[in-house]
Write a protein that binds this ligand. Structure first.
Ligand SMILES: Cc1cc2nc3c(=O)[nH]c(=O)nc-3n(C[C@H](O)[C@H](O)[C@H](O)COP(=O)(O)O)c2cc1C
Length: 200
């Protein structure tokens, strides 16, 4: 049975354009594979706290030496990581806000990057431990950036996921959503066709 983890990062939760594209993909994927188990994580309704020195301290303290508070922080991070470990397919709704990713998603990333848990350092460099997964990213933007040097979001997300072992990543873009109603409609139609192609 396939397990799919859907992570929505829009501040508009399921109403965000990125979430809606991700939803379309998940619906089509489920039609193709009806037995798929879906885990939902909405970063707007279930906000991940910012990483602080205190929280990071919990990650780097040995389990047997953690305080009760540190155990709780590590357990919360473990819950997020376990969802990823279970997933064969990961679907990420990725809005662009102020040229970058939503801070909610950055906080999530900060809670899943754990040395010795999701990556390790070796003599030949870092090795990601979350392997064997396929990731689909549905990126929504008001402007046009894909394929240009201004699209630092794509390279950042790709590099971060690769660092954790997820190198098989496919991006679908819905861009120009704020340019005009026509641009928005054309872009969503194009992205929708891409969703259908990927889930077919
Ligand atoms: C706070 C905020 C900041 C934004 N910053 C950018 C930006 O820097 N570049 C851009 O192309 N679009 C920007 N937009 C437009 C969003 O990318 C667009 O609304 C997109 O649909 C967001 O994804 P969502 O609908 O899934 O939340 C911004 C929107 C908001 C609400």
């Amino acid at each position: 049975m396939t397990t799919l983890l859907q992570i929505n990062a829009s501040i508009h939760s399921g109403n965000g354009q990125s979430s809606q594209l991700a939803n379309q993909f998940v619906a089509a994927f489920r039609q193709r594979e009806p037995g798929t188990r879906v885990i939902q994580r909405d970063l707007a309704t279930d906000e991940v706290p910012h990483l602080t020195a205190e929280r990071f301290g919990a990650f780097v303290t040995k389990p047997e030496e953690r305080s009760a508070g540190q155990h709780a922080v590590a357990a919360y991070s473990d819950t997020l990581i376990n969802e990823l470990k279970q997933a064969d397919v990961i679907v990420l709704g990725l809005p662009m806000y102020n040229f970058g990713l939503p801070s909610q998603l950055k906080a999530y990333f900060d809670h899943i990057a754990r040395a010795g848990v999701t990556f390790k350092y070796t003599a030949t460099g870092p090795v990601g431990l979350l392997t064997g997964k396929k990731v689909y990213v549905f990126a929504a933007r008001g402007g046009l950036y894909a394929g240009t040097p201004m699209d630092t979001q794509t390279s950042y997300v790709r590099d971060f996921l690769r660092f954790l072992g997820m190198a098989d990543v496919e991006f679908v873009y819905a861009e120009g959503l704020a340019i005009s109603p026509e641009s928005k409609a054309a872009s969503l139609a194009k992205a929708g066709a891409e969703v259908a192609r990927l889930a077919a």
